[in-house]
Design a protein around this ligand. Structure first.
Ligand code: NAP
Length: 453
């Protein structure tokens, strides 16, 4: 059973029967049939559809943000921005796909040689609930522009968002069956990947899910891109602009109720400014309004599910067992809904197993360091490698440290974020492959060599 549950109230909104294996297979057959003609459409035709999808998203930003708030607890103000960003990525690829996919001539081989980027078939997207529109559009826009078809297996707690996405693309004029939402649970992903028409999978989610689905992709010799969890370091040097650093630290750790892969999760602060940083961060996090995600004033909504909240509380308890000192929050509040308060913990032993995990909620771990060397070592002492930031008064020093941090992206004196123009992805347990930019659209294409003798 796939269920939509309002995490602010605990009420079941709607339930869906999971599709049978036969229904899933028939749907994949239909998508495969729709792919052939779609793969031959002109890029301009695909671009027009994506531009229309962007307009539909913007025209419905209020309702779609309300849907996210209801289904996974995202505050509406943040949800509306997510819809705008989803529209932006559609427009980015409508505008740039032709350039990214233009055939490239190669001199000196035969009388003529070139490399072209051609569609592969159906791409399976296995998606998480935390940015239920953005995550899907950031893979759908390049996948469809490249001439592939796509099937979506969305997280089981956001089935109504999944349906809404299919409706947007349908209304935008995408031919029938080129994009389908599959109402299936994780157990059917293996069969979907085994279907002949499915050329690959892009999974965004936990590293546990990534390991499992990447193994299935490998067995079936299908391509895979894995966008997995993170434990981003936020390194603050003694000469950093603390006003800006603290403001971004609070936003990065608490936006989306702390449930973001590129949220700053470990704050690594030089001893000279440590006390001041912690005090200011406490003020900043205390000031955040927690409550009804439908209220435009709310910054922190409920967590997406009560199960996830219980897991986070368990991790907080383990931080305390590992020497942690609670500066703020740290326990489940009374009342309905999966709310969890902004929490700051200092003094946790850097060797503790819990520090190696991803804390997916508004919980900041702050570490004191005595040197830049120690800061870099701690920043890299995690199985993850998604993003990270360095805060430095001296920009060159910031760049020097950034070069030593082993992650898919590092931002100096700026919030770690994703944008259509830049490749996005991780290393180590944060996964492999890239989304967005030219790198993203070339993940699921046939890089084809043609030579004329
Ligand atoms: P999740 O539990 O791993 O689920 C993600 C998706 O994978 C869901 O659709 C889920 O289906 C499916 N799934 C889980 N286990 C599976 C398996 N063994 N076989 C096939 N499918 C499986 O993650 P989540 O709780 O939705 O999302 C939070 C995680 O995503 C965090 O770790 C976060 O850091 C990461 N994330 C990464 C990025 C990035 O770009 N790197 C972006 C956003 C989020 P069900 O819902 O049906 O279980």
């Amino acid at each position: 059973m796939i269920r939509s549950v309002n995490p602010a109230t605990g009420q079941v909104v709607q339930t869906f029967e999971e599709w049978s294996a036969d229904t899933t297979r028939e749907t994949l057959d239909g998508v495969a049939a729709a792919w052939e003609p779609w793969s031959e459409t002109a890029l301009s035709e695909r671009a027009a559809i994506l531009r229309k999808a962007a307009r539909i998203l913007r025209d419905n930003r209020i309702e779609l943000a309300d849907l996210m708030a209801m289904e996974m607890g995202k505050p509406v103000t943040q949800g509306r921005l997510e819809i705008d960003k989803s529209a932006l990525v559609c427009e980015y690829y409508a505008e740039n796909a032709e350039r990214h996919l233009a055939p490239e001539p190669v001199e000196g081989v035969g009388s003529k040689a070139f490399v072209s980027y051609e569609p592969l078939g159906t791409v399976l997207a296995v998606m998480p609930w935390n940015f239920p529109f953005w995550q899907v559009f950031r893979i759908a826009a390049p996948t469809l522009m490249a001439g592939n078809a796509m099937v979506l297996k969305h997280a089981s707690n956001v089935p109504m968002c999944a349906q809404a996405i299919e409706k947007v693309l349908d209304q935008a004029g995408l031919p029938e069956n080129v994009f389908r939402t599959l109402m299936i649970g994780a157990g059917q992903v293996e069969n979907v990947l085994a279907h002949d028409s499915v050329a690959g999978v892009c999974l965004t989610g936990s590293d546990a899910a990534g390991r499992s689905v990447a193994a299935v992709a490998g067995r079936n010799l299908k391509r895979s891109v894995m966008e997995l969890g993170g434990s981003d370091p936020f390194v603050v040097l003694a000469d950093a602009d603390l006003d800006k650093a603290v403001q971004v630290a609070v936003c990065s750790r608490c936006k989306n109720t702390g449930q973001a892969c590129i949220a700053a999760k470990r704050f690594i602060v030089m001893e000279d400014v440590y006390d001041e940083f912690v005090a200011r961060m406490k003020d900043g996090m205390t000031a955040l309004k927690m409550g009804d995600p439908m209220d435009p004033e709310t910054y922190l909504g409920p967590m997406a599910t009560e199960v996830l909240r219980a897991e986070l509380q368990h991790q907080v308890d383990r931080c305390m067992e590992a020497g942690g000192i609670l500066v703020l929050g740290g326990s489940v509040p009374d009342g309905p809904g999966a709310f969890y308060p902004p929490t700051i913990i200092t003094n946790v032993s850097a060797d503790a197993a819990v520090v190696q995990e991803e804390l997916f909620g508004p919980v900041a771990l702050v570490f004191k360091v005595g040197s830049e060397q120690e800061a870099v070592e701690l920043a890299n002492a995690t199985p993850y490698g998604l993003g990270g930031s360095v805060w430095a008064g001296d920009g060159n020093k910031g760049l020097e440290l950034a070069a030593r941090i082993r992650t898919g992206s590092v931002f100096v004196n700026a919030l770690v974020s994703s944008t259509p123009e830049l490749p996005f992805g991780g290393i180590k347990a944060s996964g492999y492959g890239r989304e967005l930019s030219a790198w993203g659209i070339r993940e699921f294409v046939n890089v084809k060599t043609t030579v004329v003798g």
